[in-house]
Write a protein that binds this ligand. Structure first.
Ligand SMILES: [Zn+2]
Length: 122
C-alpha cells in the first residue's frame, strides 16, 4: 500500500502464502517515510496484544458492563466462563451485555500466548 502511495520508496513485499492464504511478514523493523506533507510508519505488524499488567483473574474489571454486575455472581472468583449462577453469563443471555464484547473477553482470556510470538518473525 505504501508503494502505491510512494512508488519511489520501492519497499520490499512478498507474495501471499499459498499455505496460509495470507500475507507473509516481510517488514522486519519499523521505519517512518515522508509522504507528501505527512509521514507514514511501516511496521512489522501487530500479531496480538498482551495483557501487560493485567491479571486474567481481574480481566472483567476492564469491561465496565461486567464490572458493574460481577458481584452478583455466585462465586467471588468467577471467571464468567463455566461457573453456575454467573451474573455475566445471564446478562449475555438476556442481551444486557453484548455477545461481541463477551466473546472479546473470552478471546483475551483464552489467549495462551500473552506475549508477542517471536517465531512469526524468523
Ligand atoms: Zn460470573
Amino acid at each position: 500500500m505504501i508503494n502505491l502511495l510512494e512508488p519511489g520508496l520501492k519497499l520490499k513485499t512478498s507474495e501471499i502464502s499459498e499455505y496460509h492464504k495470507q500475507g507473509k511478514h516481510t517488514t522486519t523493523f519499523a521505519e517512518m517515510h515522508k509522504i507528501g506533507n505527512g509521514y507514514i510508519i511501516d511496521t512489522p505488524g501487530i500479531k496480538g496484544f498482551g495483557l501487560e499488567g493485567i491479571d486474567k483473574s481481574n480481566l472483567s474489571e476492564y469491561f465496565p458492563e461486567m464490572k458493574a454486575i460481577k458481584n452478583n455472581c455466585k462465586f467471588n472468583n468467577c471467571t464468567h466462563t463455566h461457573e453456575p449462577d454467573c451474573a455475566v453469563k445471564e446478562a449475555v443471555s438476556a442481551k444486557k451485555i453484548s455477545l461481541m464484547r463477551y466473546n472479546n473477553y473470552l478471546n483475551i482470556l483464552a489467549d495462551e500466548n500473552d506475549k508477542y510470538r517471536q517465531d512469526d518473525y524468523k
